[in-house]
Design a protein around this ligand. Structure first.
Ligand code: NAD
Ligand code: UDP
Ligand code: UDP
Length: 311
């Protein structure tokens, strides 16, 4: 069945890939974005498609349109960007969620929230299962994002319980790929851009902190599978790749793949930077029949090719 699907944050990194995928599946897509971190360039190639519609809009303001499904992705995702205007970040997560839930309620649309592994904070449980409540600092520099996303999850579950909305909550772990912003500040884009430009690779802290990196195509596949699960399954469900690496390992891999002469330098570790992160994806395997298939090396290779073209 052809559906009309709203993607908020659709001009961003993940959003643009999602719009593309939904159009390929034959749906009509309405992309809403205020271009804070996203760019029209990410979706220019879709503008010729009559099933694609683009609206410049900030989700902290009400939006009245008619759709069947909503993927709520609007929110800056990189620490540099979400800390630039932290009050706006919280507003985007919280007011944005209220508006999109209000919209979903009025038009009886199914709605999926792009939540995050940051709801687990700096975790003492490793790897992180969905049942873990997390260890989040409520007043630190990451809190605007972490607590905003936690509150958005609360709103999703309360709209579900109180207003019987059909919701889906995905907790996304670090995802990378083409169309990440070159100055995004996230580790994969930073290291690749630095390696390609022969600049020092900036490792924060001692580089022994870990992350688990998922290639964008795998993640988008997980999104779509989650949206199409039975109504009883609402999540939250972890979506990410459980292959865990230290930042030193990541730097070395990127230097090797780019054949770069860059050296690594060590900078101060930002406040509240989680020491370890790795998803437990048993629930996604069971309920979505999903797991990532793209190996870090292959995904990095594609991402490197993309950055060669844009810098
Ligand atoms: P991104 O910054 O590329 O995309 C976010 C998009 O939202 C941008 O296009 C931006 O312009 C738009 N936006 C921001 N504030 C808005 C507002 N008030 N109104 C309308 N549009 C707004 O980041 P991304 O990596 O594509 O992340 C997309 C979503 O996935 C975010 O909600 C993020 O929190 C979540 N997420 C991403 C990752 C990851 O590793 N990429 C991990 C966890 C969660
Ligand atoms: N809203 C929206 N689009 C709609 C319906 C609602 O943006 O199509 C916004 C509306 O501005 C409201 C919010 O969503 O502030 C929450 O809506 P809800 O109906 O849950 O609450 P209420 O309108 O009763 O405050
Ligand atoms: N990081 C780094 N160098 C950089 C950017 C980030 O060492 O140039 C580290 C950062 O401190 C964190 C990890 O890489 O430990 C992942 O950072 P990112 O901002 O990509 O995402 P996070 O998972 O922290 O939200």
């Amino acid at each position: 069945m052809i559906k009309r699907i709203l993607v908020t944050g659709g001009a961003g990194f993940l959003g643009s890939h999602l719009c593309e995928r939904l159009l390929t599946d034959g749906h009509e897509v309405v992309c809403v974005d205020n271009y804070f971190t996203g760019s029209k360039k990410n979706i220019t190639h879709l503008l010729r498609n009559p099933s694609f519609e683009l609206i410049r809009h900030d989700v902290t303001f009400p939006l009245y349109i008619e759709v069947d499904e909503i993927y709520n992705l609007a929110c800056p995702a990189s620490p540099v960007h979400y800390q630039y205007d932290p009050v706006q970040t919280t507003k985007t997560s919280v007011h944005g969620a209220i508006n999109m839930l209000g919209l979903a309620k009025r038009v009886k649309a199914k709605i999926l929230q792009a939540s995050t592994s940051e709801v687990y904070g700096d975790p003492e449980v490793h790897p992180q299962p969905e049942s873990y409540w997390g260890r989040v600092n409520p007043i630190g520099i990451r809190s605007c994002y972490d607590e905003g996303k936690r509150c958005a999850e609360t709103l999703f579950f309360d709209y579900h319980r109180q207003h019987h909305l059909e919701i889906k909550v995905a907790r996304i772990f670090n995802t990378y790929g083409p169309r990440m912003h070159p100055n995004d500040g996230r580790v994969v884009s930073n290291f690749i851009v630095q390696a390609l430009q022969g600049k020092d690779i900036t490792i924060f802290g001692d580089g022994r902190q870990t992350r688990s990196f998922c290639y964008v195509d795998d993640l988008i596949n997980g999104f779509v599978r989650l949206m199409n699960t039975d109504p009883e399954f609402i999540g939250p469900v972890n979506l990410g790749n459980p292959c865990e690496f230290t930042m030193i390992e990541l730097a070395n891999k990127i230097i090797e793949l780019t054949d770069s002469k860059s050296k690594v330098t060590f900078k101060n570790l930002p406040q509240d930077d989680p020491k370890q992160r790795k998803p437990n994806i048993e629930l996604a395997k069971e309920k979505l029949d999903w797991e990532p298939t793209v190996k870090l090396e292959d995904g990095l290779q594609k991402t490197i090719e993309y950055f060669k073209g844009v810098i």
